[in-house]
Design a protein around this ligand. Sequence first.
Ligand code: ADP
Ligand code: S3P
Ligand code: MG
Length: 191
Amino acid sequence: MTHGLSIENDQKAAKVQFNAQDPHKQTIVLVGIMGAGKSSVGRRLAQELKIPFFDSDDEVEKAASMTIPEIFSKHGEEEFRRVEARVIERLLEEPRMILATGGGAFMNEATREIMQKNAITVWLNADLETLWRRVSKKGGRPLLKKENPKQVLADLLTLRKPIYALADYEVASIDGPHKTTVDAVRSALNV
Ligand SMILES: Nc1ncnc2c1ncn2[C@@H]1O[C@H](COP(=O)(O)OP(=O)(O)O)[C@@H](O)[C@H]1O
Ligand SMILES: O=C(O)C1=C[C@@H](OP(=O)(O)O)[C@@H](O)[C@H](O)C1
Ligand SMILES: [Mg+2]
């Protein structure tokens, strides 16, 4: 039946449109483990693209008027995760931006669904040695304040990798100038 066919086609067209992703129009969310470069690469990417940059960790700190280590020690990780999820949901209602997330944010299924629906997700990936070198330079990451922080990082990486792999794009965050990784993201997304 012609009429039936045309409805079916319209529905298909609507579906394609609904799922269409456009890195030129949508927020670009950077995910990946601690030290992947979400914050530092994200800031530079936003500068190049001349769009706003937000870091969910900074926004959580502002919302709580506390540093992340303080939130962890005074209220615990669960409370941090609750605030983090709320902050990201709010940011994804804003106009297009580059959003650097904290390394655990993408593990939350609801948050991940919101990101995948409203944004382009990019996994910055790096090997353990590179990550370890980077995170050892600076403290401020409560999850690594443990007896064997390198092992903690390795275990987290093993646990989280299959989830990060659900991102729309994977980009290698290799050592060298940040610009190399910024260029790699731009070329993957064609922005
Ligand atoms: N692709 C990269 N090239 C060079 N240095 C990097 C790169 N990514 C991160 N770094 C460095 O590693 C450290 C951690 O990076 P950061 O952006 O804070 O990572 P994340 O926000 O993913 O935890 C910083 O000192 C940063 O300058
Ligand atoms: O991996 C994680 O669970 C965390 C990563 C941190 O952000 P970065 O990935 O930017 O270091 C920060 O959100 C918090 O310390 C917890
Ligand atoms: Mg960061």
